[in-house]
Design a protein around this ligand. Sequence first.
Ligand SMILES: Nc1ncnc2c1ncn2[C@@H]1O[C@H](COP(=O)(O)OP(=O)(O)OP(=O)(O)O)[C@@H](O)[C@H]1O
Length: 273
Amino acid sequence: MHADTLPVPAPPLLEIDDATVLRNGQPVLDHFSLRVDTGRHTAILGPNGSGKSTLVQLIARQLYPLARGDCRSPVRVFGRGRWNVAELHGLLGIVSPALQRDYTSEMPLEVFDAVVSGFYAARGLRLDHRVSEGMRERANAALEQLGASHLIGREMAGLSTGEARRVLIARALVHRPRALLLDEPCAGLDLASRRRFLEGLRTLARGGTTLLLVTHHVEEIIPEIDQVLLLKRGRVLRQGDKADTLTDAALSEAFDLPIRATQRGEWYHAAID
Ligand SMILES: Nc1ncnc2c1ncn2[C@@H]1O[C@H](COP(=O)(O)OP(=O)(O)OP(=O)(O)O)[C@@H](O)[C@H]1O
């Protein structure tokens, strides 16, 4: 095969190159670099205040890094440094606690409208939004995929935490994004709901959506995730496969406590030693 007929490799899902983000004048991400290849399911794990949500906001274009001398954007998603936010969300669905707070506030919003308005990157439908039959079908299919079809007709504000999260993930999925960035998706779920929810994520991961899962909990790292990024105080402490990152030494250093990690089948657990 000639060099010019070789397949072009897909650009990485995410490349962050020496990004610094300040809050109140303090660096909360500090000369931060990271690369995640498309198709490689990844967990971003770290203690409170380590910079996980800041990283999500940086990727989502809700926060900006300090400008660099060479004018190159330090954050590239699918190989591009410049995106309009709606276009970006079509390729990379993002579900965060802030989004959930916004969508479950008292301002009325029905479940199906919450999902189908994802096509317009809007919170609910406006009069000028035309919903085609194709859009309806995709919104219904996404709700079904998340086991949330029975919630159609309900108000978002009246849903439980887990129900609302499923609806918001369905909303992110209407675009058939290549990747999903989920910030603390299991927060507020009881033990059984958490396991059911994680099984749903496993199905998504196996279906070809690259997952970026932000969490404090080793137990939420589904078997399909094979790369872990350990954060500490705004820096990457360690990045690699689970055998290298979910170790007693690495977790103890990240959380500043002696931690013992154990593997049970395909899942990992961590406890204070
Ligand atoms: N709006 C803000 N103004 C000032 N400082 C902030 C703001 N938001 C976060 N920070 C600070 O930035 C640092 C990183 O916070 P961030 O929320 O990104 O961490 P996190 O890893 O997501 O934490 P948690 O697990 O508690 O959600 C913390 O020191 C935090 O106090």
